[in-house]
Design a protein around this ligand. Structure first.
Ligand code: ZN
Ligand code: ZN
Length: 264
C-alpha cells in the first residue's frame, strides 16, 4: 500500500482559504494526505483550528498557543484559559504552539517574548504535550531557553527549520524533531538541503506552513497541504532514497511526536 503524507504544520484556518476551504480539504484527503496539524497563533485561530479538527475528526488535529508576534494578546489568565481549552477539547489537541521567538519583525519586546515562551514550555510539560517551536532570527536564544528551562518530558519540533547542521544536532539532542517546509525547494536553500542530507530521516518532519512558503514549482501561487509532497520529494532527491520511504518515515515520525495512536 502506498504511504500517505503528514503535513505537520499548516494554517488552513486562515482567511486565505475562506472561498474554497471545504473543497480544498476534500481534494487534499483524496490525493495522498493522511493528516494535518493546524497550530494556533492566538485565541481566534485556536478556535477556528479546533472547529476544523472537529469537522474532520482524526484527520485534522490542532495545537494551541500564541505566536511570538501575537503575544500582545496574551493576558494574565491565558495560561489558565489554555489549560481549560485543552481539557474541554482533549480529543483534538496534539501539541502546544506555535510558540517561540521571532526577532525579525521587531514589534514585540524580546524579554516579553522569552517570558511567554517559557510559559508555553511549562504548559506543554504540565499537559504532557509536545511543543511546536517557531524561531526566526533567534536560533540561539530559542535553544538556550529550551536548555535552561527543562521541565518533565519537554519535547517537540522546530518548525520551518532555519539553522545549520550543528544547530540541528543540538535540537535533536534536546528531543526535538527538525521540520522542513516548502523553502527547502528554493534554489537559494542549499544550506537547508545540506542539513536534510546530513541528519537522519528518523529526526525529520515535513510541513507546508500553508499558505506561506509555496514550494517550487508553484512559487507565487497559494500553498496548500497537498504540496507537502514536494518537500518530501526534495528530501528523497538529496538523500538519494525512495520517495516512498521519505513519506512513510516522516509520517511515522509525526504520528510518534503527536501521539496520534492515542486518538484513533
Ligand atoms: Zn511559524
Ligand atoms: Zn505557522
Amino acid at each position: 500500500m502506498k504511504s500517505l503524507l503528514f503535513d505537520s504544520h499548516a494554517h488552513i484556518n486562515l482567511s486565505h482559504y475562506d472561498e474554497d476551504r471545504e473543497k480544498l480539504i476534500e481534494n487534499i484527503f483524496n490525493s495522498g494526505l493522511e493528516h494535518i496539524v493546524i497550530p494556533g497563533i492566538d485565541y481566534e485561530t485556536i478556535y477556528s483550528a479546533l472547529d476544523l479538527s472537529k469537522k474532520y475528526k482524526n484527520k485534522i488535529f490542532c495545537a494551541i498557543g500564541f505566536h511570538p508576534t501575537d503575544i500582545h494578546k496574551w493576558e494574565i489568565d491565558t495560561y489558565k484559559k489554555l489549560k481549560k481549552i485543552y481539557f474541554e477539547n482533549k480529543d483534538y489537541i496534539v501539541a502546544i504552539g506555535e510558540t517561540g521567538l521571532d526577532y525579525y519583525w521587531d514589534k514585540t519586546p524580546k524579554d516579553l517574548q522569552k517570558e511567554i515562551f517559557i510559559e508555553h514550555i511549562k504548559l506543554a510539560s504540565e499537559l504532557d504535550l509536545p511543543l511546536i517551536i517557531h524561531t526566526r532570527d533567534s536560533l540561539d536564544d530559542t535553544l538556550n531557553i529550551i536548555e535552561n528551562n527543562k521541565f518533565k518530558n519537554t519535547r517537540g519540533v522546530f518548525h520551518c527549520f532555519s539553522g545549520d547542521k550543528d544547530f540541528a544536532l543540538k535540537c535533536i539532542k534536546n528531543n526535538f524533531y527538525i521540520s522542513f517546509a516548502g523553502n527547502i525547494t528554493f534554489k537559494s536553500a542549499n544550506n537547508l538541503r545540506d542539513v536534510a542530507k546530513y541528519i537522519n530521516l528518523e529526526n525529520i518532519l515535513i510541513e507546508t506552513d500553508s499558505p506561506f512558503l509555496t514550494p517550487v514549482p508553484f512559487r507565487g501561487k497559494r500553498n496548500d497541504p497537498s504540496k507537502v509532497f514536494y518537500v518530501a520529494k526534495t528530501i528523497s532527491d538529496i538523500k538519494n532514497i525512495d520517495i516512498e520511504e521519505v513519506i512513510q518515515v516522516t509520517n511515522k515520525n509525526a504520528k510518534n511526536l503527536f501521539s496520534i495512536s492515542k486518538f484513533i
